[in-house]
Design a protein around this ligand. Structure first.
Ligand code: ZN
Ligand code: ZN
Length: 238
């Protein structure tokens, strides 16, 4: 179980790899998945454009066609605007799909603001893929399965909370499965999907030992991590 907080975290098996540039609660998350020759972005938080440009260069960046978003909190979507704008400036031609949980207002709002500014001058097509169910689908050579997780946020009074539309995903390629839980409390769907995965990426974002419905405690994350072949514990408060 890898729980040092030194980013990036890298996992690689054959032609399947994942690089977590960072995962710091309230600051940023940014993840690059590579299967064969195809790249996929997971949770484009602030800094993702800088990290991707350094890692794979402009040509590969322009070829990316899929972004997977776990939920709309700023530390997971803060880089979307700069990414979309950069792709336009660099004259991207291939289409781009953004997958996100149903009713995730942040992605819809960023997209609609972007289209308001650039719809007449954009060089590529963006499709919003609002995921309504846990139905698996595939992109290029990867099978993707979204699954619901439990994640809440505070309302203005700082006491009451509400459930945030939030998903985890499994990505399977060449018989290897990576489970990314996103931000989540301990929940049944995560337990099921992380079990026996080749790599589980689990958040341990709760900063005390009393379980709640926002993030997992270290003990909760570890208990799920044990059931996977390998595990990264991420999103640990600094
Ligand atoms: Zn977060
Ligand atoms: Zn969150």
């Amino acid at each position: 179980m890898n729980m040092n907080n030194k980013y990036p975290l890298i996992w690689k098996k054959d032609n399947f790899s994942i690089k977590i540039f960072c995962s710091i609660p309230n600051i940023a998350t940014g993840i690059l998945l590579k299967a064969g020759v195809s790249h996929f972005i997971i949770d484009p938080g602030d800094g993702i454009l800088r990290d991707l440009n350094k890692e794979i260069g402009t040509t590969n960046l322009l070829a990316i066609e899929d972004i997977f978003v776990s939920h709309g909190h700023h530390d997971h979507v803060g880089g979307v605007w700069s990414l979309l704008t950069y792709l336009r400036v660099m004259n991207k031609k291939s289409p781009l799909a953004i997958y996100f949980p149903k009713d995730c207002v942040e992605i819809k709002s960023i997209h609609s603001a972007f289209m308001k500014v650039y719809s007449k001058t954009i060089s590529y097509k963006i499709s919003l893929k609002e995921l309504h169910s846990a139905k698996p689908f595939s992109r290029k050579t990867v099978s993707i399965k979204p699954f619901p997780v439990i994640h809440r946020e505070y309302l203005r009074d700082g006491v009451k909370t509400r459930q945030v539309p939030a998903l985890g995903y499994t990505f399977t390629f060449n018989g290897k499965k990576i489970c990314y839980g996103g931000d989540t409390a301990y929940c049944k769907d995560l337990v099921i999907n992380a079990k026996n995965s080749d790599l589980a990426i689990l958040e341990a974002g709760h900063n005390d030992d009393t379980p709640d419905e926002m993030h997992m405690t270290l003990a909760e994350a570890k208990s799920i991590g044990k059931t996977a072949k390998e595990c990264f514990l991420v999103h640990v408060p600094e």
